[in-house]
Design a protein around this ligand. Structure first.
Ligand code: ADP
Length: 429
């Protein structure tokens, strides 16, 4: 792997869209950031960078596997200069008593040699705050938020000191808001006190961005931290304030024109995406796939490709599998929920692969799982994060892709305004 110089901040994210969210936050703070899909292969060429976010899918897998994958990512990041590594988790602390936050934190802490690690999922900009160790989602405690009904990891306890202690081998303490508000020296003193008593981790309260700046400044003196994009913001600001990194405002990322045909794919069935498809009908040809035909075999993806190939020369096209909730429920009851989801994701990946083979170099994708399936299929090893299309959705410039220069936008379902598809294409030249 070639890096023009060593990175300052290494991050390991436990899912793809969380990784994009963090990479976007770091970029907006002024760090030149690449998001990689998995641990980069030896020959991946990367531009000059400040931060790398390695995206894993380790949030809900078996804890031992999450630990080994996270350790491999940490080893790669340290090997490329990262003095500090952030283990990026969900801002709603998605996990179970079996993990994976605690086991991964324990392993990375042992590898880093730190005696104590700061942990906070707070991200005030998105309504995630922590007070007295309790996580609030908007105005309600975590255990009263919709996360109490999450299908994989229902969160029934908002006290993160308790939640993390159940998953970790170490004692978990608290750095309360009173210490955070008094500034870095008070936080250092509290951590030294906890560490002296044998605590290996501390949940840090944070209610405002300035709290994250205090936490970031102290965390940067350690080798490991755990948290969501909020602590990423704190670390980025601390790196810039320390002078270790120069803001990318003075060295803008490449905006070289990629050109070539452009296409949009929608696999999300969210209300926002359905509205965005309706709006796109006014400005580009739209093909609605027949989900029942997708369940029947590969023919529907081939039909879509033939349809697109005849039109790509005239401008962007949109291919959508999206249906209304009633139609989705009916299809799922006939074929099973997982089977339908998987088959449609793979059909979208087939279409994307065919489009790229036909010369498409600018691709907008709506749907988190859909994006994951497409990116995996295209074998794109990483992305340089660029301009923001809508809150949390940046333009991504592929790095090290076999097909050369490519621009992508990956949107999770509910993101973006009504004109999202044309807004994205406007910025993806
Ligand atoms: P979001 O970001 O909105 O959650 P995802 O892509 O993550 O979007 O999830 C949408 C899921 O719905 C995917 O598994 C996709 O394959 C599936 N899907 C897409 N179209 C349909 C449809 N017409 N009927 C049923 N499921 C669908």
């Amino acid at each position: 792997m070639t890096l023009a110089r060593r990175i300052s901040l290494g991050c390991i994210a436990d899912d793809y869209t969380g990784a994009s969210d963090l990479a976007n936050t770091l970029t907006r703070c002024g760090l030149r950031t690449v998001q990689t899909i998995g641990v980069p292969a030896g020959d991946l060429e990367l531009p000059e960078l400040d931060a790398v976010v390695v995206s894993l899918k380790s949030r809900s897998i078996e804890a031992g596997l999450a630990v080994s994958r996270s350790r491999a990512a940490e080893k790669w990041l340290r090997g490329h200069g990262a003095g500090h590594v952030l283990f990026k988790i969900c801002s709603t602390f998605d996990s179970t008593d079996a993990g994976n936050i605690g086991p991964v934190m324990d392993a990375l802490r042992a590898d880093s040699g730190d005696t104590i690690v700061l942990v906070t999922p707070a991200f005030p900009a998105t309504g995630r705050t922590v007070y007295q160790g309790n996580l609030f989602v908007g105005s309600v405690p975590l255990n009263e938020s919709p996360l109490k009904d999450h299908p994989l990891n229902p969160m029934h306890d908002s006290n993160l000191v308790r939640v993390l202690a159940r998953q970790s081998q170490t004692h978990v303490g608290l750095v309360g808001l009173a210490d955070i508000a008094r500034g870095p020296d008070a936080v250092r003193a509290r951590l030294a006190d906890l560490s002296g008593k044998g605590f290996g981790a501390a949940i840090a309260d944070a209610v405002f961005d300035r709290d994250l700046e205090t936490i970031g400044a102290v965390a940067l003196e350690h080798r490991l931290s755990v948290g969501a994009s909020g602590i990423g913001l704190g670390l980025a600001r601390a790196l810039l304030a320390s002078g270790k990194v120069e803001s990318s405002a003075t060295k803008p990322p490449s905006n070289a024109i990629v050109g070539g045909p452009a296409a949009c794919l929608a696999g999300s069935c969210s209300q926002a995406t359905l509205r965005q498809i309706d709006s796109a009908e006014q400005v580009m040809p739209v093909l609605h796939l027949d989900p029942e035909q997708i369940m029947a075999g590969k023919g529907e993806a081939r039909r879509a490709l033939a349809w697109a190939k005849g039109r790509l020369g005239d401008g962007p096209v949109l291919i959508a599998s999206s249906s209304t909730p009633d139609q989705v429920a009916a299809l799922q009851s006939r074929h099973g929920r997982d089977e339908v989801g998987h088959a449609i994701e793979q059909a979208m990946a087939d279409v994307a692969e065919g489009l790229v083979a036909s010369g498409v170099r600018r691709l907008v994708i709506a749907g988190g799982e859909t994006s994951g399936a497409v990116v995996d299929r295209l074998g794109i090893p990483g992305f340089l994060v660029g301009a923001e299309i809508a809150a949390g959705v940046p333009v991504l410039r592929a790095v090290g892709a076999a097909n050369g220069a490519m621009l992508l936008a990956l949107k999770s379902g509910n993101f973006g305004g009504t004109e999202f598809f044309s807004d994205a294409l406007e910025l993806m030249r």
